[in-house]
Write a protein that binds this ligand. Sequence first.
Ligand code: GDP
Ligand code: MN
Length: 388
Amino acid sequence: MNIHEYQAKQLLSRYGVPVPRGGVAYTAEEAQSVAADLGGHGWAVKAQILAGGRGQAGGVKLVTTVPDVRETAARMLEAKLVTPQTGRDGEQVKRVYVEEACDVARELFLAMTVDRSTARVTLMSASEGGGDIEVRAAREPEKIHKLALDPVTGLSSVQARETCEQLRVDPDQAQAVEDTMRGMYDAFIDLDASLIEVNPLVVTRGGDLLALDAKMSFDDNALFRHKEIEDLRDAEDPDRLERARHGYNYIRLDGDIGCLVNGAALAMATMDIIKLHGGAPANFLDVPPVASREQISAAFRLVLADSRTKAIVVNVVGGGITRCDVVAEGIGAAVKAVSRRVPLVVRFEGTNRDIGKKTLRDLGVVFVAADSLADAAQKVVAAARRTP
Ligand code: GDP
Ligand code: MN
C-alpha cells in the first residue's frame, strides 16, 4: 500500500525527519489560504498522486505570490497528471500540497527498503538525488551506495558515518543526516513499511536539512496492526472496503477484458494467455477457494459494473473446496443484480463442471462455453473486439 507525499511527511516528521511546513488542499481556495497561513514569499504547489516523476510532468510548481498559488492549484486540480510512473492515462489530481519553498543548495537521495534475499533493511544513499535518479541509477548503479542494516541493532554509528561521507555532507550537517536516517529507520520498523524514499533530501543555502519529497509503502500483510495507515487507504478507495469484506484480491489494470479466476497462479496464467492472444485484461481477480456464492457474486458484480469491461472470462478449476456449481450460482446472482451485459466466456473444469454449466443455463445466464484455457482466451479476445 502506498500513501501520498504529504501523508508520508506527516508520519516521518513524527520520527524527527525534518520536513518543510505545509498543508493539503482540495480546492484552489483552500490552497490559497494554506499559502497565506504559511506566510513567506515562495511556495511549492505539489500534485498529490500515488506516483512519482511529478516534477518533470508539471506536477510540482514553485510560485511567489498567493494568487499564483491559487491559480496553479486550480490548474492542477482540474487535470490528470501523466508521469512516467502513472501509465498513459495518467492520474486525476484530487488534492495538492502547498509547502513553504526553500532555497536548494544540494539534492541528496536516501531510501530504505527490504532486501528480500537477506531479509534485511537496506539503506540506499546517493550524493546526487533529484528527479531522474531512476534513470541515473540504471546507468551508473555504483553511484547508489547500499548498506544492510542489522535487524537487532539497526543503523550503526559506523554506517551512519560512512553514509555521511558518501553523501559528502559537511561535518556540521552530519548529525542532522544521521538523525534523519534514524528517524526513517524507526518509522520503517514501527510502521511495517516496505519502502521509505526521500528524494530529494536537500541541504538548503542556509545549511538546513529538509526532506523535500517523501514516499512510503507499507506491507499489506501488516496493515491489520496499523489501523491509522489502513484508514488512509480506505478514504482513498471506498471500493476496497467492499473488496476486503468479501476477501478477494482485485487489482485494476488497463485493459478491457474482465477476469474472474480462482487462484492467484491461475489468474496470472489467464492474464498471460489473454495477452498472448492479443487481448488486455481489465483486472486481476483471484477469488479464494473457500469463496461462497455471495463472494463470487460480489466479485462478478465488481467486474461487470466496470464500464471499461467489454467482455468477461471466467476461468474456474473446481477441486478441493471450489465447486463450479457454486461459482455458477454466484454469477447467476450477480447477473440478476446488475443490468449491464457484456459477452461472457466460461471455462469450467474439475469438480461439478457440467452441473456448473447447467446451473448457469438454468439461471438464464447467456455465455459461451470454452473447453481449455487457450480456447477461453481466444473466445474472450474475439468477443471483446466485437463489442463497441
Ligand atoms: P517528484 O518529481 O514526483 O519526485 O517530485 P519532488 O517532490 O521530488 O519534486 C521534484 C523537484 O522539484 C525536486 O527534485 C526539487 O528539485 C524541486 N522542488 C520541490 N520543492 C522545491 C522547493 O521548495 N524549492 C526548490 N528550489 N525546488 C523544489
Ligand atoms: Mn521526488
